[in-house]
Design a protein around this ligand. Structure first.
Ligand code: NAD
Length: 423
């Protein structure tokens, strides 16, 4: 049994979908089984126990993972997710998506991803610090600015990255700013990183709408998820003249025909922790948000939200995937049949990894760029990648997802070929 067969029995859809997408692209590119197996198999996986002494003195043990999917184009790069539901297969899938994303945006990394099976909302800040430091020290042998560079993801933030950087540096005996990205600006972070993913989503959304002949000014949108990606994506879209009619988080959703005031909603969320109860809009069924009559839909929450059971109810003409893996393969087909343009995650939400690359490059140079520099370079990289994917899609008559993955897989396979197989 080869590596593809071993890995082809996933127990979560997102990993099965990632492998199926790769298999489809390998077929399009005409690669042999050997290259397919090399591209499918995660290069390195580490599972660790993360014991925590709670504030009340009791001990609890969490499971942590770090997966390095591919290292052919450089060190692995990818977020750390704190979530009680996370599985190893999900981490593998997200690491694979990172490999394609880094190759597509031509940043010199492979894909990685990490997780701890904790719900951060149930723990105090000192407890979260202890968990983060213990997880970091457990995976220390495979971390480093030239080996594997984590970043924030669901349930983690710049403070988590500061703790990870400090734990790594204390163990090295000197400060290694380049070991993580998404750090606070006061600690070697870069201007523009906090909003980079959302800024990139908004650049791509505007380009995709224009490509579809929709004038963004006065067009309508719905955004699922009001976290690090969704909040600022909604803000940037509103600033570009789009009426953001619907917004949701895990607790509920909101609707307002004339557009929701995102700045005011942001204050409400800062005060209450949720979009629910915002006086400036009507309450809506949480999952009904995906079916709103809008031009643009941005799923920016979790994976697998657009599925066989709801895809046919989607009315948006353009979907821009702010989240990783929000559309299942079956939903993708239904949406394509309905004529909906789906811009895939590896392109749409790549702004974060692009500016992470800028942060890492600045840390290596110890020379800091202005916000203007960062944002101009980000916009150029996102729009260059958008045009490359559009051209590839037109040339091969492929969906944007197949085009983006093919382009990325070609670059990774080329790196494999140029390096050769050791020994
Ligand atoms: P986050 O934890 O900051 O925010 C997640 C948001 O989604 C929260 O508002 C949460 O309440 C909401 N949510 C969760 N389940 C929901 C549901 N069923 N319906 C509606 N809302 C729901 O996380 P984030 O960093 O914003 O990441 C969101 C997605 O974007 C993830 O898929 C992540 O992997 C992806 N992503 C994030 C970045 C980044 O820079 N943060 C970069 C690329 C991709």
């Amino acid at each position: 049994m080869n590596a593809v067969e071993v890995l082809a029995a996933p127990d979560t859809d997102v990993w099965g979908d990632a492998l199926a997408e790769l298999a489809e692209v390998v077929e399009i590119l005409g690669y042999d089984d050997g290259i397919h197996a090399m591209l499918a198999a995660p290069r390195r996986e580490m599972t660790v126990s993360v014991p925590l002494r709670r504030d009340d003195g009791t001990i609890q043990v969490f499971i942590g993972h770090r997966v390095q999917h591919n290292l052919s184009r450089g060190p692995s790069k990818g977020g750390v997710r704190f979530s009680p539901h996370v599985t190893l297969d999900e981490v593998r899938a997200l690491a694979m998506l990172m490999t394609w994303k880094c190759a597509l945006l031509d940043v010199p990394y492979g894909g990685g991803k990490g997780s701890v099976s904790i719900d951060p909302r149930d723990y105090s800040v000192p407890e979260l610090e202890r968990v983060t430091r213990r997880y970091t020290s457990e995976i220390l042998p495979i971390l480093g600015p030239e080996k594997d560079i984590p970043a924030p993801d669901i349930g983690t933030d710049e403070r988590t990255m500061a703790w990870m950087m400090d734990t790594f540096s204390v163990n090295q005996g000197y400060t290694r700013l380049g070991v993580v990205t998404g750090k606070p600006v006061s600690l070697g972070g870069t201007h523009g990183r906090a909003t980079a993913t959302s800024r990139g989503v908004s650049h791509i959304a505007l380009a995709a709408m224009r490509h579809r002949g929709i004038d963004p000014v006065g067009a309508t949108a719905a955004v699922q998820g009001f976290g690090k990606v969704g909040h600022d994506a909604a803000r940037f879209l509103a600033e570009a003249g789009i009426l953001v009619r619907g917004v949701s988080d895990q607790y509920g959703a909101l609707y307002r025909t004339g557009g929701i005031d995102i700045a005011q909603l942001g204050e409400h969320v800062r005060d209450t922790g949720s979009v629910v109860g915002f006086p400036g809009a009507d309450a809506l069924d949480r999952d009904g948000l995906l079916e709103l009559d809008v031009d643009l839909l941005i799923p920016a929450a979790v994976e697998g939200v657009l599925r066989a059971d709801n895809a046919m109810k989607v009315q948006a003409q353009v979907i821009v995937e702010g989240a990783n893996g929000p559309t299942t393969r079956v939903a993708d087909e239904i949406l394509a049949d309905a004529g909906c343009l789906v811009v895939p995650d590896i392109l749409a939400n790549a702004g974060g990894v692009v500016v992470s690359y800028f942060e890492w490059a600045q840390a290596h140079q110890a020379y800091w760029w202005s916000l203007d520099d960062v944002e101009k370079r980000l916009e150029k990289r996102m729009l260059d990648a958008w045009r490359q994917v559009l051209d590839y899609s037109a040339a091969g008559d492929l969906s944007l997802r197949n085009a983006a993955t093919s382009l990325a897989v070609e670059r990774v396979a080329e790196a494999h070929r140029m390096r050769g197989l050791y020994p």
